[in-house]
Design a protein around this ligand. Structure first.
Ligand code: ADE
Length: 248
């Protein structure tokens, strides 16, 4: 998969994503991250990409032309590489977008190319957004100084769904948000730590019992920490029986 990040701070995203698991995946050609500097598409000799908002008000806005120039260059190179005519999905990172979720990550992971547009200052001229953006995405209800960290969050979450990026193919499956439940607690050696013992069932070697215990722990944890998820949880008959037994 090819990520293309339109940004005023290319080194920020490349340094962050070049590290750890995404960095290894890039080295193994499982994914590529191209950071395109919007400033390279400034149309004035001072390389300015911001200006005052019409109508007045605080702050500066990113101008439409450099953003469009950066987008056009990326879209043209994608079309040249793939020979496909269709438009590439362009995600604009903004607190005004829908909240990013695991299901959005799964949807984005189906794309061959994804363009991520990072804003700065007080935002971007609306006209270029209307022209190029297909998805408005927020990573949560708080305001950051720019879209770079949110773009990195999206690349990270999507990357780990690409086959081969995680060592263990099953580890992307059995984790928080599988069936909309949180992951069960996990333990490693030593078996005793500060007088806290590993739950004995995990040392029993009885795999069906271990699986049953883990499922029940997932349910209990979700009910306690994220009760809002329980409405969407995909529960089996056995799960429902377990939940009913808790009332007794
Ligand atoms: N840009 C600034 N804040 C943001 C947020 N919470 N999510 C996505 N992009 C942003």
């Amino acid at each position: 998969m090819h990520f293309h990040i339109l940004t005023l701070f290319p080194e920020m995203v490349l340094n962050g994503l070049g590290t750890s698991i995404t960095g290894r995946a890039m080295a193994n050609n499982l994914l590529s991250v191209e950071a395109v500097n919007i400033r390279d598409y400034a149309n004035n000799k001072h390389n300015r990409v911001d200006d005052y908002p019409y109508g007045g008000g605080a702050g500066m806005l990113m101008q439409a032309e450099p953003v469009y120039g950066a987008y056009r260059a990326v879209e043209d190179s994608i079309q040249e590489r793939t020979g496909k005519e269709g438009r590439t999905r362009v995600v604009y990172l903004s607190p005004q977008g829908g909240t990013f979720s695991q299901s959005m990550a799964e949807e984005f992971a189906k794309e061959e190319d994804l363009i991520l547009l990072c804003g700065h200052y007080e935002g971007i001229d609306e006209r270029v957004l209307e022209e190029i953006v297909t998805d408005y995405v927020s990573i949560g209800d708080y305001v950051l100084t720019g879209g770079e960290l949110p773009a990195m969050v999206i690349v990270d979450a999507v990357s780990r769904l690409i086959p081969g990026v995680l060592h263990n193919d099953t580890s992307a499956e059995f984790e928080s948000f599988q069936d909309n439940l949180l992951e069960y607690p996990q333990y490693t050696r030593p078996a005793s730590f500060m007088e806290r013992e590993v739950p004995p069932i995990l040392l029993s070697g009885n795999h069906p019992k271990v699986e049953e215990w883990r499922r029940q722990q997932s349910i209990l944890r979700t009910m306690e920490r994220r009760p809002d998820l329980m409405e969407k949880a995909e529960l089996t008959k056995q799960d429902i029986k377990f939940i009913k037994s808790l009332d007794k």
